[in-house]
Design a protein around this ligand. Structure first.
Ligand SMILES: *[C@@H]1O[C@H](CO)[C@@H](O)[C@H](O)[C@H]1NC(C)=O
Ligand SMILES: *[C@@H]1O[C@H](CO)[C@@H](O)[C@H](O)[C@H]1NC(C)=O
Length: 224
């Protein structure tokens, strides 16, 4: 009986350590140096795995870990006045299993990267040029809003799964770069997901949920 207790404790500690390792890195930890993804999913027999199939490591080259051109400003002449260039595992196949990706975000004056969620990644953003009003909102019931105006050289963190945005409040273009803690952080743009789903959500649901008139919901559903 007494002998069994330390064993139980050991199991609990091992389980806790395992849980902590899951919490510290959202993507599973790699079990080899790298696992360059094979990008061809066109085969009829391809199946989804948690991640991508790997290339034979002997066939990997430096280009599997390389991307060029992130110094070029992107076109921001769209209704939001922003443009996100995300280098995830689909763009740099060598990112597979490594739990990280990178984005460049360009903003026209008053350009907005609208409220969105990355379901699988925390984001750390650095402003290179311009002035950004940024913020995120915590989960229920508090829904606390954490916000800051950022200038060149300033860094801000957006925790995994929380709604956040970046808004250029300056009179010039703005540029930021962001690291994300997943090879495939995912993106849910709130307005598009709610009002632009395919097929549309029953307008009565949205009218009640957002306490809006049906006509306003119809208008928003047409817009998105
Ligand atoms: C972002 O910029 C690229 C290159 O400048 C352009 O091809 C693309 O259409 C732009 N995307 C949006 C959403 O404006
Ligand atoms: C991988 O495939 C996706 C989807 O077909 C494509 O957009 C992407 O450019 C490809 N990436 C590479 C590195 O070939």
């Amino acid at each position: 009986m007494m002998k069994g207790v330390p064993k139980m404790l050991l199991v609990s500690v091992a389980l806790l350590a395992w849980a902590c390792s899951l919490a510290s890195a959202y993507d599973p930890s790699p079990l080899q140096d790298f696992c360059v993804a094979i990008n061809d999913t066109s085969s009829d027999h391809a199946v989804f795995v948690n991640g991508k199939f790997c290339k034979d490591p002997k066939l990997a080259t430096a280009n599997d870990f390389f991307f060029s051109g992130l110094d070029t400003p992107r076109d921001t002449s769209n209704p939001l006045g922003s443009n996100v260039t995300l280098l995830n595992v689909d763009k740099i196949l060598g990112l597979n299993t490594l739990g990280i990706s990178l984005a460049r975000i360009d903003f026209a004056p008053y350009g907005l990267n609208p409220p969105h969620i990355h379901p699988r990644g925390t984001e750390i953003l650095v402003v290179l040029e311009g002035t950004l009003l940024v913020g995120f909102v915590t989960s229920n019931p508090d829904n606390r809003f954490f916000s800051k105006v950022l200038y060149a050289g300033d860094v801000f963190v957006f925790p995994i799964g929380l709604i956040h945005f970046q808004f250029n409040v300056g009179k010039t273009n703005a540029v930021a770069f962001a690291g994300l803690s997943s090879q495939n952080p995912g993106l849910i743009t709130i307005a598009n997901a709610v009002f632009g789903s395919n097929p549309p959500i029953n307008p009565d649901v949205l009218a009640k949920a957002f306490q809006l008139d049906r006509n306003v919901v119809n208008y928003l559903q047409k817009k998105f």
